[in-house]
Design a binder for this molecule. Structure first.
Ligand SMILES: NC(=O)c1ccc[n+]([C@@H]2O[C@H](COP(=O)([O-])OP(=O)(O)OC[C@H]3O[C@@H](n4cnc5c(N)ncnc54)[C@H](OP(=O)(O)O)[C@@H]3O)[C@@H](O)[C@H]2O)c1
Length: 235
């Protein structure tokens, strides 16, 4: 990918490598294919095991191994269950632009006390893949809404999604990616700011246009919302 301005990249010359071939992974793949990206997608095992389902669920995407997806991607999308984050290969992701779409759900992921030290779950993920250039987005939209809510730029009912990262180039690339998928992309600042759109927050449960999302992000930054994650088991 030879990109001067990552925000204005050309999908035709950009490869997306998706780790996770489940609901979100295939949903992102479908939208990315529509937008003109080359899409590689991997589950945890042999690509032959998912090639049929990928040909049905995301026609045009290519089933590959996780190692191949990471190596070839200009942007790697992480869409695996959060409790599997330690199965991600730090060496394969080192130096890569990486988009974390993952969320913490206690019923699915179990207790994860390591989240206590993380402003957003993305910091916990980043501690495992410190060489990755990490951004957070697409976690606050249902997998089915990726298609249902996508609109062309300028549509009056276009939904907005937030993007956070500590890396300016990665943030720009992901802002552009989200726009190409069919959403107004809003810069939510540093990776820690992703706490504003995790489960339990108004942004996570709601649907906003650009001004509405910007207002919610500001309200969260000002401490105006009282939401928070449940990290400890319920007694
Ligand atoms: N469901 C939603 O609407 C939604 C929306 C936004 C965000 N999210 C978040 O997105 C993530 C994925 O959710 P999902 O609903 O798509 O899960 P899912 O349907 O259970 O799919 C998970 C996928 O991850 C794969 N996987 C596990 N470990 C892997 C690894 N190390 N490398 C590559 N692939 C691996 C699994 O493959 P194997 O079968 O080979 O293990 C499976 O294909 C979760 O963190 C979730 O919280 C979900």
């Amino acid at each position: 990918m030879s990109i001067q301005t990552l925000k204005q990249h050309d999908p035709a010359t950009t490869t997306i490598g998706i780790l996770g071939a489940g609901k979100v992974g295939t949903g992102v793949a479908r939208q990315a294919i529509k937008a003109g990206y080359r899409v590689l997608i991997a589950a945890s095992g042999d690509p032959k095991d998912i090639s049929l389902i990928i040909s049905v669920m995301a026609p045009g995407a290519v089933a590959v191994s996780a190692a191949e997806a990471m190596a070839a991607a200009d942007l790697v999308v992480l869409s695996v269950p959060l409790h599997k984050f330690r199965t991600l290969d730090p060496a394969g992701l080192a130096g890569k632009h990486v988009l974390d779409t993952m969320n913490y759900w206690r019923d699915t992921n179990g207790d994860m006390p390591e989240l206590e030290a993380a402003p957003s779950s993305s910091e916990m993920v980043h501690a495992h893949i410190p060489g990755a250039r990490l951004a957070k987005s697409l976690n606050h939209i249902g997998y089915h809404e990726l298609e249902l809510d996508a609109r062309p730029a300028g549509a009056p009912d276009r939904r907005a999604l937030a993007v956070t990262s500590d890396d300016g180039q990665t943030r720009d690339l992901v802002l552009g990616f989200v726009e190409h998928l069919g959403f107004d992309a809003v810069d939510g600042g540093s990776l820690a700011g992703g706490a504003a759109f995790e489960p339990g927050t108004p942004i996570f449960t709601g649907s906003y246009d650009r001004p509405g999302l910007q207002a919610e992000l500001l309200a969260h930054a000002a401490g105006a919302t009282g939401e928070g994650r449940e990290l400890a088991p319920a007694h």
